[in-house]
Design a protein around this ligand. Sequence first.
Ligand SMILES: Nc1ncnc2c1ncn2[C@@H]1O[C@H](COP(=O)(O)OP(=O)(O)OP(=O)(O)O)[C@@H](O)[C@H]1O
Ligand SMILES: [Mg+2]
Length: 307
Amino acid sequence: MIRIEGISKSFGTNKAVDAISFEANEKEILVLLGTSGCGKTTTLKMINRLIEPDSGNIFIDGKNIRDQKPEELRKSIGFVMQHAGLFPHYSVAQNIAIVPNLLNWEKQKIQNRTLELLEKLHLTEDLLKVFPHELSGGQQQRIGIARALIADTPVLLMDEPFGALDTITRSAIHNEFKNLDELKNKTTILVTHDVVEAFELGHRICLMDKGQLIQMGSPAEILYHPANSFVKDFFSGNRLMLEYKIAPVKLVESFLLKPLSLKAQQQLIKEANIWETLQVLGTEKNYNEDYEALLQAFNQYRKLQTA
Ligand SMILES: Nc1ncnc2c1ncn2[C@@H]1O[C@H](COP(=O)(O)OP(=O)(O)OP(=O)(O)O)[C@@H](O)[C@H]1O
Ligand SMILES: [Mg+2]
């Protein structure tokens, strides 16, 4: 568990981070969301002491990180830098093996684990020999993610890890990423400026502005109970899509006036949200009635959320 207590950081007269406090729990993906320059990267870098705060404290599992040597601290933290941050003169294999080498892992163990991660991240083995400049932006980012995951650290910090991927690839990788075994027992803090990404990945979201934390909560809390007009406006452009994405089909189903057709029921994915479900049903004429019924049920469900 990570506890941030009133940390601040200025660069000259610019208050990049202004008295921020929050906690990230075990097994949680906590998203830091905000527009460019609001202090996300600075906040993240203070957690592994790449930047030292001017004031405030950070505790990981109850221990103040000031009392640990930065090199020791970083052995327990996987870090994905904004723009991948691979070492240009190291091959992909060497980049991935940096932390395992520091930890004196055996060669075979490093190789097995590397191959396992490449497969999970949809990268091919032949990439291991090449150098970062020979990779696409999206490939570099996925290698950066592999490097951060390999040592199975209890804490994972990720700065815009999917920034170089196009929207379609991104949505597909989100689902897989969220369900990776590697994430199950970690505390993950992920930075993004992408509202949809924040909602697809975050168990909870910290919305930041001008160095300050404006609101923290689950996607539903933040969307249906915004703390002020800034929060409300921040999501207004994507509002309906976000509402669809956080509404579980299971809950919405209980608002149906009559059950969906059997065929439509067979199409439903249990854990899906309404967004995904409407997309499946919307592709076929046969499901017109079911589609309309589900939309109606969603509107009932929605009324209850905003009440
Ligand atoms: N090393 C530095 N020296 C001076 N100013 C800095 C430095 N690093 C960050 N800043 C300033 O601090 C503020 C916050 O920067 P930060 O990189 O944390 O923002 P960010 O939210 O990560 O933005 P982005 O989405 O563009 O990555 C910005 O005004 C930035 O110009
Ligand atoms: Mg940044």
